[in-house]
Design a protein around this ligand. Structure first.
Ligand code: FE
Length: 304
């Protein structure tokens, strides 16, 4: 069977839908691709599927669900069985429950997050097309990331959720943060693509979102993003720095509902057979913020 392709979408709960659409289109630089009910659908300029972000009006912020795309309908049935065998109950979500989406397999992760697998979704193409394309589209707005990159969630039992992604969904673990003797897992970074991580977990309350990250090319783009966020007076969590874990360059900030976003550049390439990198709990500050070498209060506490 094929590997799970990538994190295909996140549905974020937002308090004020129009204010959020303004932020995600004009400051992040996503493109609105449709509306249905209380939800607005968006994609980045370099993404070709119908959407990667859904904003849904809600009374509280956070993650409504995330979904991973698989390569074929056979893969969908295969991974559905693997998820069931692991012990998670699955339900089929019929096509067009949300805009432009085919059938999906829904389940709840051991950390309490709603997750789906899917294959079918409408195709829109990228802003530069697939024939003799320009390297980037003229007239882009905002940070204009290439794509949704990864998501970081919190949960209590990171050993079980790691085992779920490795055993049921065939992910690799690129990095982990452990207490002495590896008794407890404080962080787990998992990949299915060649990126350093497609989803990650840090120890914390179940069912919470830490951040959703968008991919930009370089540290220069991270700085440009920081400039733009200051121009728009967007609240920062962390100004540009380097991660020890993933080696990526990063900036963290908050959407109008308090959901944390990241603009993330570079990071190493992972391969299915790479050994897992281990960080000792005492070094977690360096792992997360390589320059500051310590975690900030807001980074630990602000969850949605
Ligand atoms: Fe991140």
């Amino acid at each position: 069977m094929g590997r799970v392709l990538r994190i295909g979408r996140v549905e974020l709960k937002v308090l004020d839908l129009e204010k959020s659409v303004d932020y995600y289109t004009n400051i992040i630089g996503l493109e609105e691709t449709g509306r249905m009910g209380d939800s607005v659908y968006l994609k980045a300029w370099d993404e070709f599927d119908h959407h990667s972000v859904i904003l849904t009006k809600s009374n509280s912020p956070g993650l409504a669900h995330m979904a991973f795309k698989v390569e074929t309908m056979d893969d969908l049935a295969y991974y559905e069985k693997k998820v069931e065998e692991f012990g998670c109950t699955t339900t089929r979500i019929s096509n067009n429950t949300r805009l432009a989406e085919g059938e999906a397999v829904h389940f709840i992760l051991p950390t309490g997050h709603h997750c789906e697998l899917y294959h079918e979704i409408g195709f829109l193409g990228t802003a530069v097309g697939f024939r003799n394309p320009h390297p980037w589209p003229l007239g882009w707005k905002g940070i204009a990331p290439h794509r949704l990159d990864h998501i970081l969630l919190t949960g209590n039992d990171l050993k079980t959720v790691t085992r779920f992604f490795v055993e049921a969904l065939n992910f690799g673990q690129s990095e982990k943060v452990v207490t002495e003797g590896e008794e407890e897992l404080l962080g787990s970074f998992l990949f299915t693509t060649n990126k350093a991580h497609d989803i990650a977990f840090v120890k914390g309350p179940d069912a919470k979102l830490h951040h959703a990250a968008f991919h930009v090319d370089s540290v220069h783009d991270v700085f440009k993003a920081a400039d733009l966020l200051s121009m728009y007076n967007v609240p920062f969590d962390v100004t540009p720095t380097r991660h020890g874990i993933s080696r990526g360059e990063t900036i963290y900030f908050f959407d109008p509902s308090g959901n944390r976003n990241e603009a993330f550049a570079n990071g190493y390439m992972s391969y299915a057979d790479m050994p897992t990198i281990t960080w000792d709990a005492a070094k977690i500050g360096t792992g997360i913020f390589y320059h500051a070498r310590e975690l900030s209060e807001s980074f630990m506490k602000a969850l949605t």
